[in-house]
Design a binder for this molecule. Structure first.
Ligand code: FRU
Length: 484
C-alpha cells in the first residue's frame, strides 16, 4: 500500500467517524442503502461470491455534494443485514488519481475480477472531452472479496479507437461460450453515444470486437452499459445523456433505459431502434443502474436513486451531511403484454425485503390516515379507472385513465414538480415508503417511479382516493448496517 492510500484512508476514517446519525436525522433511511457519510452515486461491482452479495458504490465520503470518487463496499447475505467493509479502492495511482470510476465484477472459481475506469486528468488547457482525460480500464482481483490484489491496467487509453472522445468508461464484464466480453460506454468525437464491445480469452488481454449503436442519433454519451439475457431476449442497458425531453418520456436531465433485442449483439449485427427503448424508471431520482446474476438465477438490478446535474435538490445535505442512496434491489423478468404485444422488463423488489414487514393492516379505497411509522410497504389492488394516492400531503400519484402522474409540491419536492407516463390501464400499485424516498411499482413492475421527498412531520400521512380498491399496508422494519 502506498502513502497516498494511507493518507486517503485516514481522511475517510475521520469523515466516517464524524458522520451525523441518530434519531435527530429525520431524513436518514430505514430500508434503503445510503452512504456511511457524504455522497453516493452509481452501484458498482455488484456480485455474489459464495453466500454473500457484494454491493460496491461510487462514494465521495469527504463531501455530501460529491468530490473525490472512491469505491465504498457493502456486503450482505439477505439485503436486510448489511456490513460496511470500508473503501477498498481509492485514487492512489497515477491512472486513477482523479477518481476510481464505475465498473463491475466478474466472479469465477478464483473469486472476483473487478474492472473499473481510472479517471485521470492531464495538466494544461483542456476541455476534458476532446482532450486532457485518460480513462484506462483497470483490473483488481480478490479471492475472498475482502483482500484485494494490486491494481493493473488492462486497456490503456491510447488503445481506444481514435474516433472516440475522452469519454469512455464503466466496464461491465461477463463470460459467454468460453470467452470473456466487456462493454464500455462512450461518446464519439461526433457526439454519438455508443458502446464498445471488447473480448478476451484471459481477462487480461482485450481486443475490440465491435461497436454497438442506435439506428439514428440517440444521445451524445452512453454511460454505464450492461448487456444480459432474460429468457430469449437480449437487454442492452445504459444511461444516455442528451435525449430531448418529451411530455411522457425522457423527462429528467439524463435517462437510464434499455433496448430489447431478439438477437445476441455479441454474435449478430444488431442495430438498436428507439422504438424498442424503454426507461427503467419514470421518477425524478434514478440513474446508472447495474445488474448481476445471483446464485438463485435471479437477474437483480440496483439503481442509483439520484441523477447528476439535476435541477432539484436534497434536503438532508445541509443538516445530515449525506446525499443519495440505492433503490431497493429489484428482480427482473421479461414479459409480453397480452394486449399491446410489447415486450418489456418488469421490476419487483427482491423477496428478501418482505422479511422487514410487520403485521398486515387493511383499509378501504377511500381511507385517510396518519400513521406513526416512517416506513411502509403498501399494496393497492383492484384499482378503479381513475385514482389518486397522496403521501405526506405533498406527493400525489394519480392515474386519469390514460397516464400516470407523480406530482410534488415545491416544499415536499425541493424542485421536483411532475413526471408522467402513458399506461393503458393500471391494476396494481405497490409503494415502498421510506423516510425520504418513495418507490412506486405499477402493474407488477411494468412501470416504476422513484423519487426523493421531504416532509415536515414524523410518521406518514396517507390519503387514498381509490374507489373500491383493496389496500394492504405493512409497517417496515429497518435494515441494519454494521462495520466489518
Ligand atoms: C455515472 C457516472 C459514470 C462514472 C461515474 C463517476 O453516474 O458518470 O459514468 O464512471 O459516474 O462517479
Amino acid at each position: 500500500m502506498n502513502q497516498e492510500y494511507e493518507r486517503i484512508q485516514n481522511l475517510i476514517k475521520k469523515a466516517e467517524s464524524e458522520a451525523v446519525s441518530g434519531e435527530t436525522c429525520r431524513y436518514r433511511l430505514g430500508f434503503h442503502i445510503m452512504p456511511p457519510t457524504g455522497w453516493l452515486n452509481d452501484p458498482n461491482g455488484l456480485c455474489q461470491l459464495g453466500d454473500t452479495y457484494h454491493l460496491f458504490f461510487q462514494y465521495s465520503p469527504l463531501d455530501a455534494r460529491g468530490g473525490m470518487k472512491v469505491w465504498g463496499h457493502y456486503m450482505t447475505k439477505d439485503f436486510c443485514h448489511i456490513t460496511y467493509a470500508g473503501a477498498p479502492f481509492v485514487p492512489d495511482a497515477s491512472f486513477d488519481r482523479d477518481g476510481v470510476y464505475s465498473g463491475s465484477t466478474y466472479v469465477d472459481d478464483n473469486g472476483m475480477h473487478i474492472f473499473y475506469t481510472g479517471n485521470a486528468k492531464l495538466s494544461g488547457e483542456h476541455d476534458f472531452t476532446t482532450s486532457g482525460r485518460r480513462a484506462d480500464t483497470v483490473l483488481v482481483e480478490s479471492r475472498d472479496g475482502i483482500h484485494f490484489s494490486p491494481k493493473q491496467v488492462v486497456i490503456n487509453t491510447d488503445d481506444y479507437p481514435e474516433h472516440y472522445s475522452c469519454h469512455i468508461r464503466d466496464p461491465k464484464v461477463w463470460q459467454e461460450n468460453g470467452m470473456y466480453y466487456m462493454v464500455l460506454g462512450g461518446r464519439t468525437r461526433e457526439d454519438e453515444g455508443r458502446i464498445l464491445l471488447y473480448t478476451s480469452a484471459d481477462l487480461l488481454n482485450w481486443s475490440l470486437l465491435k461497436e454497438l449503436a442506435a439506428k439514428e442519433h440517440f444521445a451524445y454519451m452512453w454511460e454505464c452499459p450492461d448487456l444480459f439475457c432474460l429468457k430469449d431476449k437480449y437487454i442492452l442497458s445504459f444511461s444516455p445523456q442528451g435525449l430531448e425531453k418529451r411530455e411522457f418520456m425522457y423527462q429528467n436531465i439524463y435517462q437510464s433505459g434499455y433496448f430489447v433485442s431478439d438477437y445476441n449483439p455479441v454474435t449478430e449485427d444488431v442495430v438498436f431502434d428507439e422504438s424498442r427503448f424503454y426507461e427503467w424508471d419514470m421518477g425524478f431520482d434514478f440513474y446508472a443502474p447495474q445488474t448481476f446474476l445471483d446464485a438463485k438465477g435471479r437477474r437483480i438490478l440496483i439503481g442509483w436513486a439520484g441523477v447528476p446535474d439535476a435541477e432539484y435538490f436534497n434536503r438532508e445535505v445541509e443538516a445530515e451531511n449525506w446525499q443519495h442512496c440505492f433503490t431497493v434491489p429489484r428482480r427482473l423478468a421479461i414479459k409480453t403484454d397480452e394486449h399491446t404485444g410489447v415486450t418489456k422488463v418488469y421490476q419487483q423488489p427482491v423477496s428478501e425485503i418482505t422479511a422487514l414487514r410487520g403485521e398486515r393492516q387493511i383499509c378501504g379505497g377511500n381511507a385517510v390516515m396518519e400513521l406513526d411509522s416512517e416506513y411502509w410497504d403498501i399494496e393497492c389492488n383492484g384499482l378503479p379507472e381513475k385514482f389518486a394516492i397522496t403521501i405526506a400531503e405533498g406527493v400525489k400519484f394519480s392515474y386519469n385513465g390514460s397516464y400516470l402522474a407523480l406530482t410534488l409540491t415545491e416544499e415536499t419536492g425541493c424542485g421536483r414538480d411532475i413526471r408522467k407516463c402513458l399506461v393503458s390501464g393500471v391494476h396494481s400499485v405497490r409503494i415502498l415508503v421510506d423516510s425520504s424516498i418513495l418507490e412506486y411499482y405499477v402493474n407488477d413492475g411494468e412501470v416504476v417511479f422513484t423519487t426523493r421527498y421531504y416532509k415536515r412531520e414524523k410518521g406518514t400521512k396517507l390519503a387514498f382516493d381509490c374507489g373500491n380498491a383493496d389496500i394492504a399496508l405493512y409497517p417496515m422494519g429497518r435494515i441494519t448496517v454494521d462495520a466489518l
